[in-house]
Design a protein around this ligand. Structure first.
Ligand SMILES: [Fe+2]
Ligand SMILES: [Fe+2]
Length: 202
């Protein structure tokens, strides 16, 4: 597998950084930077959606959802800052790799389906991290807060997608979009999973 900059990916190396040679603190800063990057890119996905969902209820939820994602990015930024570090710019993270494979969503149903899959991945990443035995209390607190939010995000976006698909007679297209994006997500995440596991062991 080649990374987007054409350099062959090697085990234990992310964005040109050698994980094996990193301190525990630097590994933490890097994994939080990955989370921060995914939250910021998730927020951008919602910015694309917010103008398309016209209903009052959808606008209310979407606004809160967007506020959550930017707050999540801030919580990870604050964790990094509290560790005495600065966010690492991630140019080859999960959402970037995902976007290269999915292309630009062509309909609102596609955009909602992609958001569902991104939310599922966010929640499962955070749950996997929280399941580790030696997570410090401050990180555990952030993981708990963001996981709770991802759970309601996932529920309402999936419901919104299904309601819209039913109204447009496009339920099959919604299922097909979800299946397609989930397949791509699994393949993309597999390229990051080993490196993330190494970072979480910090
Ligand atoms: Fe989030
Ligand atoms: Fe979310």
């Amino acid at each position: 597998m080649n990374s987007s900059n054409g350099r062959p990916d090697r085990g234990g190396e992310v964005n040109g950084m050698d994980l094996g040679g990193m301190s525990a603190k630097d590994k933490q800063i890097l994994i939080f930077s990955f989370y921060r990057d995914a939250e910021l890119r998730g927020a951008r996905l919602l910015f694309n959606l917010i103008g398309h969902l016209k209903g009052a209820d959808a606008q209310l939820r979407m606004s809160r959802h967007l506020a959550d994602e930017t707050r999540h990015a801030w919580l990870w930024t604050k964790r990094i800052s509290d560790l005495g570090g600065a966010p690492v710019m991630i140019d080859d993270g999960y959402q970037r790799r995902l976007g290269l494979r999915t292309g630009v969503p062509k309909s609102i149903i596609d955009l909602l389906a992609l958001t569902v899959v991104v939310e599922e991945r966010a929640r499962s990443r955070y749950e996997a991290h929280a399941a580790l035995p030696d997570v410090d209390p401050e990180t555990r607190e952030v993981l708990k807060a963001v996981t709770e939010d991802e759970t309601w995000h996932l529920a309402w976006i999936e419901r919104e997608m299904r309601e819209l698909a039913r109204a447009q007679g496009e339920e099959q297209q919604a299922d097909a979009a979800l299946e397609r994006y989930r397949t791509i997500d699994r393949e993309v995440y597999a390229t990051l999973a080993a490196d993330e596991a190494e970072m979480m062991r910090a």
